[in-house]
Design a protein around this ligand. Structure first.
Ligand code: DQA
Length: 153
């Protein structure tokens, strides 16, 4: 069974309670259970990790190299400046989809730039919790396509 790692960065533990007009009202555990339900239908194993610490996220990515086939990441504010997180994703070379609950392009100027986007396969912003589910569906297809390509070699 393919495994996907779902990472959430700083302040996402406050999801549902912080700035609900921006990020929606659904708490992270609720979002995670929706992701789990869809993963079960897609026959994918998901593992969740949230941290407020850049290094902990990087450690987690490094620990999952070789054991996870895809990453969904909402890096929170690290999106906009963490070259260390970007380098960790580049080194891991695992198909990654970046997700944002809010539409970062409709917000403050400093949120318009993502240093993670260039090392991601795709990027979803502004669709609230739905972005995670869409990312999961896309990764499931990407992984399946890569498996069938391997079969052709
Ligand atoms: C966020 C957008 C970031 O700019 C912000 O710092 C977050 C959440 C989002 O999901 O919309 O913490 O990644």
């Amino acid at each position: 069974m393919s495994k996907i790692l779902v990472l959430n960065g700083p302040n996402l533990n406050m999801q549902g309670a912080r700035e609900p007009e921006v990020y929606g009202t659904m708490a992270l555990p609720q979002i995670q259970s929706i992701i789990s339900a869809r993963a079960q239908e897609l026959k994918i194993e998901v593992e969740f990790f949230q941290s407020n610490h850049e290094g902990a996220l990087i450690d987690c990515i490094q620990q999952h190299m070789g054991s996870t086939e895809g990453i969904i990441i909402n890096p929170g504010a690290l999106t906009h400046y963490s070259f260390a997180l970007r380098d960790a994703l580049a080194a891991a070379n695992i198909p990654t989809i970046e997700v944002h609950l809010s539409n970062i392009y409709a917000r403050e100027h400093f949120r318009h730039r993502s240093v993670i986007a260039p090392v991601s396969r795709g990027h979803i912003a502004g669709l609230d919790w739905r972005g995670y589910v869409l990312a999961l569906e896309a990764l499931a297809e990407i992984i399946q396509a890569e498996h069938s390509n391997e079969g052709q070699i």
